[in-house]
Design a protein around this ligand. Structure first.
Ligand SMILES: [Zn+2]
Length: 308
């Protein structure tokens, strides 16, 4: 068995303005590094399907899903929030991104793939139950976790979020949900300024100060994530894989390196191997320095697939 790589050309057509950092070239940067690293040939590629209303409505109120469908413009651009916009292709891109989460979960749960990486955009972890936010429209990791539960009977899904921004949308959706444990690191104080006030017991948030790097990441994972994950005994691990905490990424001020992304993935893979038969689904979130994004994503995928 191999690692699945789920993507779709529609995800390249979603654009939010000429200078917007969340741009199609991000996916091309990952493709370039798959070729440069030589690992692309070991991945099994899949086209992301469109998520259905039923799949989305496990996470978002159906009224929200319909409002997004209605907001999609026939031409030009509409803004959903100051950072998040839709062009005529954005709806299909967002449905593909969420659909990738569904397909990846199906592949891994059916045993048709050991693990899966979804190279899709828009990202999802800021999307709240009923609110688009921070480049995100539908919460892709949440769609994966709820699909795992409803379609495959998974009782415990761990969501691992190492994006530089706190996954406030994921927290909004799963706070207090006994079927999900969320473990995250993020720069704080920083956008979206959440993650530290009275988190529910199923939220293992580790805020990191500006300037923190691999040493602080290792401490957070060893001290906070791993004990909580071992106690939770996940049947499936879903990554919110953002690479914007990289030292070369000037979106924020953390200093992770390519090797740190390999390391953190190795730690979580050990948990997945022990408790979850190695089942891992990874959804791309942030990462805006194209070179660092491509290299770090490849480091992450190599570990997912045992190709390191
Ligand atoms: Zn981010």
């Amino acid at each position: 068995m191999a690692t699945a790589f789920v993507t779709h050309p529609d995800c390249l057509k979603h654009e939010m303005g000429a200078y917007h950092p969340e741009r199609p070239e991000r996916l091309s940067a990952i493709e370039d590094q798959l070729i440069a690293s030589g690992i692309g040939q070991y991945l099994v590629r899949h086209d992301a399907p469109l998520a259905s209303d039923e799949q989305l409505a496990r996470v978002h109120p159906i009224e929200y899903v319909r409002a997004i469908r209605d907001a999609a413009p026939g031409e030009g651009t509409v803004h959903l929030d100051p950072d998040t916009a839709m062009n005529p292709h954005s709806l299909r891109a967002a449905l593909r991104a969420a659909g990738a989460a569904v397909l990846a979960t199906d592949l891994v749960m059916r045993g048709e793939a050991d693990s899966a990486f979804c190279s899709v955009r828009p990202p999802g972890h800021h999307a709240c139950r009923a609110r688009p936010m921070g480049f995100c429209i539908f919460n892709n990791v949440a769609v994966a976790a709820r699909h795992a539960r409803h379609a495959h009977g998974v009782e415990r899904t761990a969501i691992i979020d190492f994006d530089v921004h706190h996954g406030n949308g994921t927290e909004d959706i799963f706070q207090g949900d006994p079927h999900v444990l969320m473990a995250s690191t993020f720069q704080h104080p920083f956008y979206p300024y959440s993650g530290t006030d009275n988190p529910a017991p199923n939220m293992v948030n580790v805020p990191l100060a500006a300037g923190a790097g691999g040493k602080e990441l290792r401490s957070a994972v060893a001290t906070s994530w791993l004990p909580a994950l071992d106690e939770f005994r996940p049947e499936l691990v879903v990554f919110s894989a953002g690479f914007d905490a990289h030292t070369e990424d000037d979106m924020a001020m953390l200093r992770f390196t390519d090797a740190d992304y390999a390391w953190v993935t190795e730690q979580v893979k050990a948990v997945a191997d022990h408790h979850a038969r190695g089942r891992m689904v990874s959804m791309l979130e942030g990462g805006y320095a194209l070179g660092a994004l491509g290299r770090s994503a490849v480091q992450h995928i190599k570990v997912l697939g045992g190709l390191n």
